[in-house]
Design a protein around this ligand. Structure first.
Ligand SMILES: [Zn+2]
Length: 160
């Protein structure tokens, strides 16, 4: 039996913040604003995993009113969701994602992002896809004011 999950996330880009994506710090003039490290890709993957299990969303498990999660490394949230996947008897089959960002180019960082995510969700690196797109100067992403990530995950029930 399979289950599919969708995750999407957006963060405002501001000065004076780090830009973290998929657990990797990106060299950028602007960073993502948020309560945790504001890692949009990791948040979207976490939401997709929770969604596949119909177990709410990242905000219901890690409220941004909770001081424990201020500047938290978002892989904590991802590992928590992976724990729930295992607890419910599922494994991740694959992850497909698109990061929407106007600048900088993400290509130099994609491989290390894939490696880190694959390790966290316990799949081979070739089961993690990360695509990077600009928004052609249209909308908040295109104007360089935001970063967005869209993610789909597939889970498979483990053999008993
Ligand atoms: Zn987020």
């Amino acid at each position: 039996m399979h289950r599919i999950g969708l995750g999407t996330d957006i963060h405002r880009l501001v000065e004076g913040r780090r830009l973290v994506l998929g657990g990797v710090t990106i060299d950028s003039d602007l960073g993502a604003e948020g309560h945790s490290d504001a890692d949009a890709l990791t948040h979207a993957i976490t939401d997709a995993l929770l969604g596949a299990l119909a177990l709410g969303d990242i905000g219901s498990h890690f409220p941004n009113s909770d001081e424990r999660w201020r500047n938290a490394e978002s892989f904590v949230f991802l590992r928590f969701a992976v724990g729930l996947v295992k607890q419910h008897g599922y494994s991740v089959v694959n992850i497909d994602s698109t990061v929407h960002l106007e600048m900088p180019k993400l290509q130099p960082y994609i491989q290390s992002m894939k490696d880190g995510i694959a390790e966290a969700v316990e799949v081979e690196t070739n089961c993690v896809s990360i695509k990077a797109k600009t928004s052609e100067s249209v909308d908040a992403v295109g104007e360089g004011r935001a970063i967005r990530a869209d993610v789909v995950v597939l889970l498979m029930k483990n053999e008993i």
